[in-house]
Design a protein around this ligand. Structure first.
Ligand code: UDX
Ligand code: UDX
Length: 443
């Protein structure tokens, strides 16, 4: 049976989940503190860019199964299930900042007018769901134990990738559901019936296990990327080709070919934050997460490495002083305007520190980058304008349009001939045939 659901928070995860859960036939009221966001969403205008999101948003608004509101009390009172999808940003000391979760739990306590399942979708450190359970008992005087609990808590971490979030929501590799009360499991089976019918595996486990699955997955993927990045550096030093190495490694079913693309280091809103939070969780349990710690620092090193290599091509220390460096690609990966923890930030800063003048282009992320660097650098809507008069080119994001870069025109626009291709989007031989001194990563 379809469920009445409240979703608290309409950020990336909250919005995609709201639209997806209503598409599964549930009745969803999504809450955001920001009235402007609420108003826009009720008019069917997405507040984030995600492929397919607008269609799903409109369709479910029209069906009457989805609405947005700033009235959190009403949304919770009408709901049988409350999804928490508020932000869990990183605080000063690397731990996750849970103040938004705490606030939402306060609202649930205030409006607990019957049995409700509280589902945590935000990425929260291990122990948070048990804390939510305790806190709700404390605030309401009700119990979550026994055959007829007053409420229940479920940990249901989300694995959405930016740019593929809608597709990921409807076709997840698996659903992870940490729970304790059998009644909570029955409710969640109803919510996700549509996915069960297409045989999406459901992992039913304890609260702590579910919480750690999310961090373990993200940290493992971050480790995989860092591993291939270090291998790329070695392959290059030894005269080997990292693409053939990664491809052959991936043929081993135990390894899988995914997340073995070398680059300038991982960025984004999740991997950097979640790896740091995992180290900090380890610290609080007295467990040394030394491997993850090393991944974080190796990744930082990676971001600077591509600039070091460009410097070397230019003639060594100080060689970029007064030169013009063009950077193509600012987003942390292609198909997004997101620049959070993007390697391009470190790259541009390092180029400035080296005394270079920096000219940048990105199809989507220019505005976000302007907020960060202001008039320290020059911004261009067209890639060839960014290349005008440049002594060197550094490609930092794997946008498709850079793969087909007109190299003849690029050569004509540029003053110099250096290319550092940090994403291996160009063909080395072809670039060299146009007179470029070309370097990629790991080949
Ligand atoms: C969040 C977590 O931060 C991340 O760790 C997890 O992996 C996925 O969920 P995201 O959905 O991108 O990420 O969060 P964010 O973009 O910060 O959105 C939070 C939304 O909740 C905002 O729209 C904010 O206005 C809203 N909010 C916040 C509320 O409605 N109420 C609050 O009390 C706090
Ligand atoms: C990630 C996880 O994939 C997702 O499951 C989780 O819910 C949120 O974090 P996202 O941050 O959107 O998603 O991007 P992702 O595609 O995973 O890329 C992360 C970073 O790793 C990017 O900077 C990307 O360029 C880099 N990357 C990824 C590589 O350098 N090489 C690869 O092979 C894959």
């Amino acid at each position: 049976m379809a469920k009445n659901i409240a979703v608290i928070g309409t950020g990336y995860v909250g919005l995609v989940s709201s639209v997806g859960l209503s598409d599964f036939g549930n009745y969803v009221t999504a809450v955001d503190v920001n009235p402007e966001i609420v108003e826009k969403l009720n008019r069917g205008i997405p507040t984030i860019y995600e492929l397919g999101l607008e269609d799903y948003l409109r369709r479910n608004l029209e069906s009457g199964r989805l609405e947005f509101t700033a009235d959190i009390d009403r949304a919770i009172r009408n709901a049988e299930i409350v999804f928490l999808a508020v932000g869990t940003p990183q605080s000063e000391n690397g731990e996750a900042d849970l103040s938004q979760v705490e606030q939402a739990v306060g609202s649930v306590a205030k409006n607990l007018n019957g049995f409700k399942v509280v589902v945590c979708k935000s990425t929260v450190p291990v122990g948070t769901n048990r804390w939510v359970k305790g806190r709700l008992s404390e605030l309401t005087g009700e119990s979550a134990e026994g055959p007829d609990p007053a409420f229940a808590v479920v940990s249901n971490p989300e694995f959405l990738r930016e740019g593929k979030a809608v597709q990921d929501f409807f076709h997840p590799d698996r659903l992870v559901l940490g729970y304790e009360a059998p009644k909570a499991r029955e409710y969640m089976e109803d919510v996700y019936r549509a996915l069960n019918l297409i045989h999406v595996p459901m992992v039913w486990c304890g609260l702590e296990t579910a919480e750690l699955i999310k961090y373990a997955s993200n940290a493992f993927l971050a480790t995989k990327i860092t591993f291939i990045n270090q291998m790329a550096t070695l392959a290059e030093a030894a005269g080997a080709d990292i693409h053939v190495i990664a491809h052959s490694m991936g043929m081993d079913g135990r390894i899988s070919p995914k997340f073995l693309h070398p680059g300038p280091g991982f960025g984004g809103s999740c991997f950097p934050k979640d790896t740091r939070a995992l180290v900090s969780t380890g610290d609080s349990y007295g467990v040394d997460m030394s491997l993850v710690r090393e991944v974080i620092s190796a990744n930082e090193h990676m971001k600077g490495l591509v600039v070091n290599r460009l410097l070397k091509m230019a003639g060594g220390a100080g060689a970029l002083k007064g030169k013009v460096a063009a950077v193509l690609g600012l987003a942390f990966k292609a198909e997004t305007d997101d620049i959070r923890e993007s390697p391009a930030i470190t790259i541009v800063q390092r180029l400035l520190d080296e005394g270079a003048e920096v000219q940048v282009h990105d199809p989507e992320a220019l505005d976000n980058f302007k907020k960060l660097f202001g008039d320290e650098i020059r911004y261009f809507e067209h890639e060839f304008d960014a290349l005008k008069g440049a002594d060197a080119l550094l490609i930092a994001t794997e946008w498709n349009e850079y793969r087909n870069l007109d190299l003849e025109r690029a050569k004509a626009e540029m003053r110099g001939n250096l290319i550092m291709d940090a994403r291996n989007v160009l063909e080395p031989e072809k670039a060299r045939s146009f007179g470029f001194a070309y370097k990629g990563v790991g080949r």
